[in-house]
Design a protein around this ligand. Sequence first.
Ligand SMILES: Nc1ncnc2c1ncn2[C@@H]1O[C@H](COP(=O)(O)OP(=O)(O)OP(=O)(O)O)[C@@H](O)[C@H]1O
Ligand SMILES: [Mg+2]
Length: 319
Amino acid sequence: MKEAIKVQGLNYTYPDGTRALKNVNMEVFPGEKVGVVGPNGAGKTTLFLHLNGTIKNPDGNISIFGKDISSLQTGERIHNVGVVFQDPDDQLFMPTIFDDVAFGPINMGLQEDEVRQRVKTALALVGLEGFEDRVPHNLSYGQKKRAAIAAVLSMEPRIIILDEPTANLDPKSRAELIRLLKRLNRDGITTIIATHDVNSLPELADRIYIINQEIVAEGPPRDIFSDWELLKENDLEAPDVFKLFKVLTCFGYDCEELPLSLDEAVAELTKTISDAEGHVHLHIHEHTHSQVQKYLHNYNHHQTSDEDPNETASNYNKL
Ligand SMILES: Nc1ncnc2c1ncn2[C@@H]1O[C@H](COP(=O)(O)OP(=O)(O)OP(=O)(O)O)[C@@H](O)[C@H]1O
Ligand SMILES: [Mg+2]
């Protein structure tokens, strides 16, 4: 199968000499949902700037559905790849929300009726019905973010790339956005998401790339989150549910695969309890607390890296 996106040996250094990407290799197959994670300054946005053609003449090879990105006309490129940028102010520049969301479809040469229909559908998908005449500048941050997503959805691209889509969204909007992205992916759209929101990753990614200038790891979320040393080296974290179940194993909870999300946790608990005829057996033995401390130390490395975990806990108790 032709890769939806193939990046080979990509390097990039900004004009001021800042090295952002080093020999990046990545393959995303049609219909996949892929997460790109890495600390601040790891090069995620720089990579995406290459994928929407903002950074031209790449030092390396980038192909979209088998075609060299440099050979694609703008119309063909935006029909294939839509990138929603981290800062919606970079994306919204027209006098009204209608104009911003219609901009792509108009540039694709669509008829007026079709453009209107696409704007209506895209705004409805992000919950911004009735916002057509609003001035983008006057919207709240979360509303701008949703408008920027609509401006990409209206082009109906085959691949959607989102840079920090859930940042600054309220819990309801965040949940709705996650649902929308899952639905788009189920409908066959390839989705690539960069995020620091690790709790959303198990739902939004079947496969994760860790980037830190170069690609340092790739694999399914469970493998990536199980490797706490990898997470620590790259200033990353595991989802809260995963950490909680890791701690539960110290109390004797037995499970083959640690759940990564609340849904998985419910399924796991239901199975364990029904297998054990309505009971979960937990216990505390002589090593339980030292094991718990060890896991907390490993998985909460941001809080405890310079401190003795026992001391940190007792300091909290004094507050
Ligand atoms: N216009 C620019 N000029 C010079 N250096 C830049 C520019 N934009 C980004 N950089 C640098 O390039 C590196 C990669 O930045 P990038 O924005 O791609 O990281 P990121 O992974 O998206 O980070 P974040 O998680 O904070 O969004 C950083 O060291 C950053 O300081
Ligand atoms: Mg970024």
